[in-house]
Design a protein around this ligand. Sequence first.
Ligand code: AGP
Length: 602
Amino acid sequence: MCGIIGYIGSKQALNILISGLSKLEYRGYDSAGIGIITNHKIKIIKNKGELTNLINKLGDQKITGNLGIGHTRWATHGAPSSLNAHPHISQNGKIAIIHNGIIENYLSLKKELESKGYKFKTETDSEVIANLLEYYQHSNFLISIQKTVKRLKGSFALGIINENYPDTLYAVRNESPLIVGTTSNEQFIASDIPAIINWTKEIYYLDNLEIAVLTKNQIKFYNIKLQEIQKYLSKITWDNEEAAKHGYKHFMIKEIFEQRKAIANTINPRIKNNMPLLDINITKQELNNVNKIYVIACGTSYYAGLNAKPLMEQLLNITTEVDLASEFRYRQPLIDNNSLVIIISQSGETADTLAALRLAKEKNAKTIAIVNVVGSTIAREADQTIYTWAGPEIAVASTKAYTTQLAIIYLLTIKLANLKGKVKKKELINLVKTLQLIPDQVNEILTQNEKIRALANEFYKEQDIYFIGRNIDYYTALEGALKLKEISYIHAEAYAAGELKHGTIALIEEGTLVVSLCTNKELYPKMINNIKEITARGAKTLVITNNKDEVGDYHIFIPPTNPYFNSILSVIPLQLFAYHMANNRNCNIDKPKNLAKSVTVE
Ligand code: AGP
């Protein structure tokens, strides 16, 4: 939520800030603003709405200056408006800040500052930070930052500029992500790598309560006691080419079509001698001691995680619970050092998922994270991390991150099953071989894009759509419904097919569209019964299946695979269907309303 960028160097800050913000819009896009030190004074321009509104407001104005900060907002406190947009400025106008996160004690801080004569102009929690920095002013500005940070409760990544230090950019974080990029003569701060990768691939990851002091030629890092610390410099190995649209109308459709490559990149280098080669350290003894596996995630990552249950329970013979991070963290789960906790997150920054990871670690569970964003907080804090090598996912709706998460779940389970030794090696080798066919099978499904577009042309005016399936197909139905609602704003619900007649069938009437997932041969007769019950009530059914018996009105065929792996294939038509439905409805597909790519607040 919210994207921040800062620059100090010899170039004009304005161009760099705008370009960086354009790469951060996926984090929030209800307002944007920049603040630049120009002729020793802070000049702030901000506007409501997407970044283009800010660019239009800037018009031909040339705000010169080599030090500046920029922000794109996802509103939490205060309506999306020009006034509430960042940067926020202190009462005397000398200090400006950009903030990503939530200050939980802002009301009491605001009251305290008001009692000392401070007047607030906005409804945000962030404005208290600018005024606290002014209130604690000190000849050493680091002391002002230290005192301010000590008063803040909650999450924050902050970029700070101060007219008294026109050659210095300050940054500090707690919980919200913040990176520092460097070259020999210019320095950057940003919420995420794509914002600055055009200028540098050398990155420091700021940890909680660390302060960065950036001048044109150098960076110094301090802990909260203001002792100077040394940090490890990481090198980024991908470039913005991978994050550009390459002629596709939206990032989402580009990312859907990248899935063959993303899955192949995730699987192929990790298979040797027909067995998974994952860099995970767990001994047979440790695995035998595991009496429960918890898989924790949010949203689409949670739906990927659901697939771990049947697979892990069958191949490892260990009870596996899959939980929403936001529920898990508040339900006092029975975890101990015999629990294995698997955390799944594309961004590696989701606040609830991170909190669940920390809870699991506190209780001494072994933790493994499956993460896409390299160097993200979850990736760094988990005991062990397996990266999905999906490449940058820009569209808010997750597609290639989901299928690569599934690929890792499959590989990890097979690896652990091999270690545990309860399943015959031959069976595991067959699973690995089947898995290696998946990238080409994904491509085969993608060739049906035009057919799916035609279906969307027929159905895009629907108001309510239901998705049904059994077992793994039910998990895919959940993901299909989420994909459709988040980008097309059509009401969509998923149900376990057997549950339909326990209430929901009351909503099925003449013409209702029901998407039915039928990929499990053993359950096929049960699904046929469900489809017949629905069609008897006048509903239209779109059937996603690997069985050629044509039941239902419309069909999309997917290639057969091992039943454990069906989701990775059957989700592809659902992603395409959601995309074309939303495109027909002229929705803002890559940036759906009210959503953000990285949910760093709970
Ligand atoms: C996916 O389409 C969503 N927009 C969302 O549900 C997402 O999967 C969820 O917020 C979790 O994010 P994470 O994987 O980055 O933790």
